[in-house]
Design a protein around this ligand. Structure first.
Ligand code: CP3
Length: 378
């Protein structure tokens, strides 16, 4: 389905941006850069806005969510905004009892451990989201209107990462209950994953329809799985989740009176797939139907590119730990990441995971400047 004529990919505002060019596999003149978790606690203006408001309430306030999305773009001059929200927002909107506990993360009212728990959860109808997602649509529209030619990236949690929270009941180190359930009761697991794919896929689609120019699926905890388990118990649901946006394309027919016989070229909205500790499953993370693979800091990008077969645009992978190192150490590391990224068809500089809350925001601005000047050969 073609996005509407007002979508920034169709108006021409973002289709030729550095980010979208790189995501489509072409190397732009200047390498694009943005940071996972660029919106949030590292910014004093974010901490000021958050005072007295719970995280999920902020996510459902279109004005606040749009404003927080814009903060890092204004400050750091990054090449993309990422929509300010959270992976558990669609769970909350479909009726799951979930809160985000400061300093901890998502915590469920009740863990989903048995087939009966799965049946109770999946009785919540994902179609409810079509109206419940209205605040998300409004927030995206607002942010996109302000961003102009800077593309907005929409995002969602992959079914496994969401299921890990649902089954554990909160954050966990090794996701042991989730990994037990997939083996002990594959039918219940498949039902859980299929429902979660539908819920998270609708959240992602709403963002792209409202104006996001790319989509990123976060499977943060997929690195906890063996290749075999990932392929059997996770990959099909991730494919199902992105099917909600895989059909979306852009590229308008030339106006009837335009003196051109340029052929109409439709392109799919680019989809990025990222996880932590996923060196062993990089190829499968591409094979679920993603266009771009996000790499964490554990695998150097030239090696990641080799594992991906040399044909896949890559994103990453500055080590977040080095953000607190002396600038010469960080600078040398960023230059090394860029050098290794040259082996891939195209490269979007990012971190290997999110910005730590205690990061000095000026350091992020300095990285943006460095990436832009080094890649432009200045
Ligand atoms: O700037 C951005 O990247 C956009 C915003 C964003 C948030 N969460 C805001 C947030 C994004 C993309 C996410 C995704 C997310 N949420 C993931 C996948 C990415 C990753 O980091 O692996 C995961 C696993 C979650 C679940 C979650 N939500 C965690 C682990 C936490 C942190 C808990 C804490 O306090 O340390 C949250 C809460 C959260 N989500 C915050 C923010 C800015 C902190 C809330 C606060 O300010 O108190």
């Amino acid at each position: 389905m073609n996005l509407d004529a007002q979508h920034p990919l169709n108006t021409g505002l973002t289709a030729d941006s550095r980010l979208i060019q790189a995501y489509q596999g072409t190397r732009p003149a200047v390498t694009p850069v943005w940071f996972m978790r660029q919106a949030g606690r590292s910014l004093p203006e974010y901490r000021d806005l958050r005072v007295g408001t719970r995280m999920l309430d902020v996510c459902l306030d279109p004005e606040l969510a749009a404003e927080i999305t814009l903060q890092p773009v204004r400050r750091h001059h990054v090449d993309a905004g990422i929509f300010f929200s959270d992976i558990v927002v669609p769970l909350k909107l479909v009726g799951v009892d979930v809160e985000i506990v400061p300093g901890k993360g998502p915590v469920l009212g009740k863990a989903v451990r048995t087939a009966a728990d799965v049946a109770e959860l999946t009785a919540l109808d994902p179609a409810q989201l079509d109206t419940a997602l209205a605040p998300i649509t409004l927030a995206v529209r607002r942010a996109v209107a302000e961003l102009g030619s800077t593309p907005l990236i929409g995002f969602a949690g992959a079914p496994f990462t969401l299921a890990a929270y649902l089954v554990e009941g909160g954050p966990s180190k090794d996701h042991i209950h989730a990994r037990t359930l997939m083996q002990a009761d594959p039918d219940a697991w498949d039902a859980l994953m299929s429902w979660t794919a539908d819920v998270t896929g609708r959240f992602l689609r709403a963002q792209v329809m409202a104006g996001a120019s790319a989509a990123q699926l976060f499977d943060s905890w997929a690195g906890a799985l063996s290749l075999q388990d990932y392929s059997r118990f996770v990959a099909p649901a991730s494919t199902k989740a992105i099917a909600h946006v895989r059909d979306l394309s852009y590229g308008l027919a030339p106006a009837a009176d335009a003196a051109t016989d340029a052929p109409l070229t439709h392109r799919n909205v680019p989809i990025v797939h990222f996880g932590v500790g996923t060196g062993e499953i990089l190829k499968e993370m591409h094979n679920i139907g993603a266009d771009v693979v996000g790499v964490d800091y554990r695998v150097p990008l030239d090696e990641a590119n080799r594992r991906l077969g040399g044909t896949v645009p890559i994103q990453g992978n500055v080590d977040p730990a080095l953000l607190a190192a002396p600038w010469p150490v960080l600078e040398a590391h960023v230059r090394d990441v860029m050098k290794r990224g040259e082996s891939a068809p195209s490269h979007v500089v990012n971190l290997g995971h999110g910005v730590p809350p205690e990061t000095d925001p000026d350091v992020l601005g300095r990285i943006v400047e460095l990436v832009h000047t080094v890649s432009a050969g200045e």
